[in-house]
Design a protein around this ligand. Sequence first.
Ligand code: SF4
Length: 221
Amino acid sequence: MRFTRNPEREDELIAQFKNEMVDEERKGMFPSMTDLIYCLTKAYFKQRYFPELEDRRTILQFYQGLFTEAAIFGESQNATKGKFEGVFYHTDHVAGPMLEETKTTASSLGKAPDNIPFYQQRQVMGYMKAEGLTKARFIIWYKSGNYKPPTQPDLAVWDVLVDPDEVDANWEWMLERKQILMHHVDAKTIPTPYTYRALGDMECDGCQFASLCQLEVQGLT
Ligand code: SF4
C-alpha cells in the first residue's frame, strides 16, 4: 500500500466544516471573551484584517468542539449567549445555576486536574460572571486517557468550587484587557506583539499572524 496525501480533498472537507459553522451574527461580536483571554495582538489582527474564519487549524479546533458538545448534550443543549459589560460570550451549556463547559484534550488524565489550563479556568469564571451563575463543571474528553498502554480515550467530569471574589477579580482582568484592546482598535495601532499572550511562546507557534508580528517588531508595518 502506498500513501499519497490528497490536499484537494482536505480543502474540500475544511470548507465543508467551515460552511457548517458560518454564523453571520458572530462576525459582529467583538470583542468576545475568547478575544480577551488569548493574545490581544492576534485579536486585533483578526478583527482588522481577517474577520472571516480562515485558519485551517482553528476551523478544525472549533469543529471538534462542536461535535464534542453535540455528543455530550444532544437535544438538551442549552448554549447561552449574550453581551455583558461590552464583552460578547457563548457558553456550551447552562442548567439552572450550573455552567457546564466541555473540552477535548490531548493532555493526560493522569496529570489532571492540575493540567487544566488557567486560560480555560478564566473562560469559565468569565461565563459565570456574565450569566450570574454560582456553579461550574468541566466535562473533559481525554483523547488518550492517561497514556498508559493500551492508550484509550477517557472522560472526566470535574465539579469546581469557585470563590466569588475570584470570579470578580477575573472579570476585572477581563475588563482591563478589553480596555487595552479597544484602545488599540480605536487608534488603529497594533498591541505590542508577544506582550498580551495567554500561552506564552506556544501561542505563537503556527499563528497565522506570526509574520505581521515580526514586521511590527522590526518597525516595518
Ligand atoms: S505571533 Fe504571537 S504575538 Fe503575534 S499575534 Fe500571534 S500569538 Fe500574538
